[in-house]
Design a binder for this molecule. Structure first.
Ligand code: GLY
Length: 426
């Protein structure tokens, strides 16, 4: 079979690698891909929002199915476009992808289907939003969220009324995130550890992957601005017993809601939870694999990803048993210093040949391959993932490998997964 993967990050490199493990797959294409995918698959120079180009490529190259990595093409309707042409594609329709692309839609969905989430109010008018914030104290924490997609930059956890008013002004008056901030949500702040549940779903049934934890802040001890994610690990020990049961209850309600709304959903759903007093609340839905969570979770998959996709496409997921390795994995993101703000690119990456290949994988994100060498080309450059029989061993292994790789201005967090060893820090 021939598969086309849409996207260019570490997530897509991990997806490429997983398909290549399948005996059913002869050829993997990645559009547009990165330096890493160029080494294991064929990169195709078509951008993720060029639907005509992508579908034309799929038709000409007899692609059996396409797998969508990032949220932008999903929110623009790539699945609807492909399906209208009779092409098979794994991902939710544009309407279903609103679970991620509109925070207001997702909140209303949660409310309708009894899914626990923070209390919220929606605003489409800046005056009303500012007036509403007068109800808050000077130091009372409150969350301001842009309704639309904002590449991880649309959520402001504010320390009091004035900071929240400033965020509202930035979003609604100064439009720093463009149309993503036309409408906003102001919601109750919930304090607690976060957990990510990824599930495969065909819109009828679902299969839960090992729970993971992302590290969104740029600096150690969860300090500094939010990023796309600086590292992840799985399975997260926090996801045990009663909490796991409650999370599964939520996942079941979400999939039942998808069914009841008749949403065309065939793909991966990401449910981001926050835990307060042992009770999970949904922070957000993503309608695709999370990144970097995927770089930690997919290497644990012990069933052929092609079989999973075929079952999802045929709506037969219920009859497929999906197995996971009984191991732990930790992914550390190596970024360009200055990310998520300003950073330089174009530096040669060295030391990749020193990676201990058996239980460690290097996933490329912002890299390009030129004249036989890899160069940095983005903020998040590499994700290095190690597997082991314990979280502690996976942490030790991954950091011993991270230290073998170098590029100018390399930056990475030194504390990925340490919270798994110390529940107090969760
Ligand atoms: N790690 C969160 C995301 O993929 O958006």
């Amino acid at each position: 079979m021939r598969v086309l993967i849409i996207g260019s990050g570490g997530r897509e490199h991990a997806i490429c690698r997983q398909f290549l493990k399948s005996s059913k797959i002869d050829k993997v294409y990645c559009a547009p891909g990165n330096g890493g995918t160029s080494q294991i698959a064929s990169n195709v120079d078509i951008s993720v929002d060029d639907f005509e180009g992508l579908a034309g490529f799929a038709e000409e190259n007899k692609i059996d199915f396409t797998f969508v990595g990032p949220e932008i093409p999903l929110s623009l309707g790539v699945v609807d476009y492909f399906e209208a042409k009779g092409l098979k594609i794994v991902g939710p329709s544009k309407r279903a992808a609103e679970l991620e692309s509109s925070k207001i839609y997702s909140k209303k969905f949660m409310q309708k289907y009894g899914i626990p989430t923070a209390q919220y109010n929606c605003f489409s008018n800046v005056r009303d939003a500012l007036k509403f914030l007068d109800n808050y104290g000077e130091t009372q924490r409150v969350v301001v969220k842009a309704d639309g997609l904002a590449a991880g930059k649309g959520v402001y956890v504010c320390n009091g009324r004035d900071e929240a008013k400033n965020s509202v002004n930035q979003l609604m008056n100064y439009r720093i995130l463009g149309s993503a901030g036309t409408n906003i949500i102001i919601e109750e702040y919930i304090h607690g550890p976060e957990l990510s549940y990824l599930v495969f779903t065909d819109g009828i049934s679902y299969s839960i992957m090992p729970a993971s934890q992302d590290h969104k802040r740029i600096n150690d001890n969860d300090k500094g601005p939010n990023t796309g994610g600086m590292g992840a690990y799985a399975p997260a020990p926090l996801a045990a017993n009663e909490l796991n049961r409650k999370a599964e209850e939520i996942i079941c309600k979400v999939v039942n809601g998808i069914k009841a709304e008749k949403l065309n959903y065939k793909g991966v759903l990401y449910i981001g939870l926050i835990i307060r007093d042992s009770s999970p609340y949904v922070l957000e839905f993503n309608c695709r694999f999370g990144d970097p969570e995927t770089q930690a979770v997919l290497p644990l998959l012990d069933t052929d990803l092609t079989d999973v996709c075929i079952a999802v496409l045929n709506k037969e997921l219920q009859s497929l048993k999906i197995n996971w390795k009984k191991e732990f994995s930790v992914c550390v993101v190596l970024a360009s210093n200055g990310y998520p703000e300003k950073f330089e690119t174009g530096f040669e990456i060295s030391g990749l040949e020193n990676i201990d290949g058996k239980d460690t994988i290097v996933f490329h994100a912002g890299t390009k391959f030129e004249h036989g060498k890899f160069f940095t080309s983005g903020g998040r450059v590499l994700g290095i993932t190690s597997k082991a029989n314990s979280i502690k061993a996976a942490i030790d292994r991954v950091y011993s490998n991270v230290r073998r790789v170098y590029f100018k201005n390399v930056y990475y967090r030194k504390d990925i997964a340490w919270r798994a060893l110390n529940e107090d820090r969760c």
